[in-house]
Write a protein that binds this ligand. Sequence first.
Ligand SMILES: Cc1ncc(COP(=O)(O)O)c(C=O)c1O
Length: 373
Amino acid sequence: MQAEKIAQPHLLKQPIYVTGKPIAYTAREYGLDPSQIDKLASNENPLGPSPKGVAAAIKALSEANLYPDGGCYDLTHKIANFRHVKPEQIVIGNGSNELLDMIAQTFLGEGDEAVMGEHGFAVYKLATRLQNAKAVSVPMPAPDYNYNLKAMRDAVTSRTKLVFLANPNNPTGTELSAQAIIDFAKSLPESTILVMDEAYTEFIEKDAPNLLPLIEAGFPIICCRTFSKIYGLAALRVGYCITRPDIASMIQRVREPFNVNSIAQAAAIAALDDQEYVEKVRENNTRGLAQLKAGFDRLGLSYVPTRSNFISVRGIKEPMKAFDFLQRLGTIVRPQPAMGDVLRITVGTQEQNERFLKNLAKYLEGTSKNSFL
Ligand SMILES: Cc1ncc(COP(=O)(O)O)c(C=O)c1O
């Protein structure tokens, strides 16, 4: 029996998601000591996890013999208090990635469409196609690589069940104004849900659009957040979304009974109380972005303006070669083939950023002499 013959036909065209390269792989491949490698590839938190989150996780481990609370009662109530919404508006996921999948599973099927940006987060397309629905990709052209909300609105048809939008967006790092997003949300038909991906929102907190009043007023909007980025809990896999209670209730139906483990739930509850750490992460990010931007200016490279925890630098000749070259020197970054001559770099610690800039300078020196192209 060949698996291909009996698998669902639409899966034959489904790619497997390629994640940022783990440190251990690069260490093995190039014979490097893992402690010499800086992973600036997956927009992870360079300051480590929230210390309060870690303490709570360690404590929760002693009860790992028990199944977790499938309904995530404590975490749901903690988030409800923190964000001033009702518990029945919240769904918790195994990372916000799982929520994106659960949302697609709940609302999309064959013949349905989801509208997204050409350079939106890759999972939007994967989640849509997994349901055998059509991913309608709207161009986000260079040099600014931003969403074109008018073109996205024009792409919405009577078959469009979901529109995916991220602010700031990954991988571009671009932002839209709060008012533009609010106007866009209001312009969508009642039968189309706006999935607002706020994975990096805490990095621009004060300027981010607050869509909760629109949800309260009845607009079909789902706002997704994660504990992976500013709270530094990526490995534990926990995220949440806030929406209308009727929408949340439908998403709950596709949820696997124990989708979020108890270690992650405990860590997330404690991390929400760790706003001092969140502030430290924001400060490191602001300093790191300034450092990287100054470094790119010195090297004569342009970049996509951003306030997120990663930055896309332009004008890199042969970006896949640059990726390989930088890895050998111990910096893992993320090439963006769909964006052309671009590398995406996660903001690291001051030392990590410095090492990356030095290594990038070496690459540029080599390309100008054509010594390794
Ligand atoms: C825009 C965006 N949304 C969602 C996610 C998923 O995050 P997680 O599943 O770790 O919550 C990511 C991860 O990089 C992302 O960049």
